[in-house]
Design a protein around this ligand. Structure first.
Ligand code: 13P
Length: 251
């Protein structure tokens, strides 16, 4: 019912040349895939070059961030409108690295979600708890706030252009994946929140991805869970063979 999504977040990696090389390998190996939506998110400077390589393939291009205005006096920023112009179909928003390193608030992220949707792009909204929040019992409260504020003032119709990515901060880049039970528990909780904020159909149709040390050897078990609709992959998305194996998971 929900089409799975496997997205690669390349973070701050790869020159234009290197990004083109990886994109070519992925198009070569994944051109036949129809079961799953495939998204890759290179750095800004590589977007137009990678867009040319992805043209005509099933792979879609995403950016890793944006500013919540279309144009204007915002030195150093980039807008959804211009990212769309560069070939993007989606934007990753509220990644924990931006929340932590750049102090992005839920309110700012909500404005970015609105601007992204207004430009006709898909918003991939990231949320997740730190280890301290999980251990202190604050996890569900934190996730509720991130989701409620992040999705504030959206309509059910707009929610069809939103993908949620649950990325526990303690599992990102650490090699520690959440267990399938831990991930499923939170995914089901998030789906319940979406139902409460919108309605049953919106919750049923909302894709919720898991992110945090997703690798070829754990993707199959994760995808077997009812509420895990795909993955947002960091490190393993930089290696063509690993990313392709993740896209071609067996569930
Ligand atoms: P890793 O897969 O490297 O843990 O990164 C996850 C992530 O942050 C994807 O956005």
């Amino acid at each position: 019912m929900r089409k799975p999504v496997i997205a690669g977040n390349w973070k701050l990696n790869k020159t234009i040349n290197e990004a083109e090389g990886l994109a070519r390998q992925l198009v070569d190996k994944l051109h036949h895939v129809t079961r799953t939506e495939i998204i890759i998110a290179p750095v800004f400077t590589a977007l137009p070059a990678v867009a040319r390589i992805l043209a005509g393939s099933p792979l879609q291009l995403a950016a890793q961030n944006c500013y919540p205005q279309e144009t204007g006096a915002f030195t150093g920023e980039i807008s959804p409108l211009l990212l769309k112009d560069a070939g993007c179909k989606a934007i990753i928003l509220g990644h924990s690295e931006r929340r932590q390193l750049l102090a992005e608030s839920d309110e700012l992220i909500n404005r970015k979600v609105h601007t992204t949707l207004a430009s006709g792009l898909t918003a991939i909204l990231c949320l997740g708890e730190t280890l301290e929040e999980r251990n202190s019992g604050a996890m569900f409260e934190v996730l509720t706030r991130q989701l409620k504020v992040g999705l504030a003032k959206l309509t059910p119709a707009q929610m069809t252009q939103v993908i949620i990515a649950y990325e526990p901060v303690w599992a990102i880049g650490t090699g520690k994946t959440a267990s399938t039970d831990q991930a499923q528990e939170v995914h089901s909780f998030i789906r319940g929140l979406v139902m409460g904020l919108f309605n049953q159909a919106t919750a049923d149709n909302c894709r919720i991805l898991y992110g945090g040390s997703v690798k070829p050897d754990n993707i199959d078990a994760l995808m077997a869970e009812d509420d895990i609709d795909g993955a947002l992959v960091g490190g393993a998305s930089l290696k063509a063979n690993d990313f392709c194996r993740i896209v071609e998971y067996q569930a």
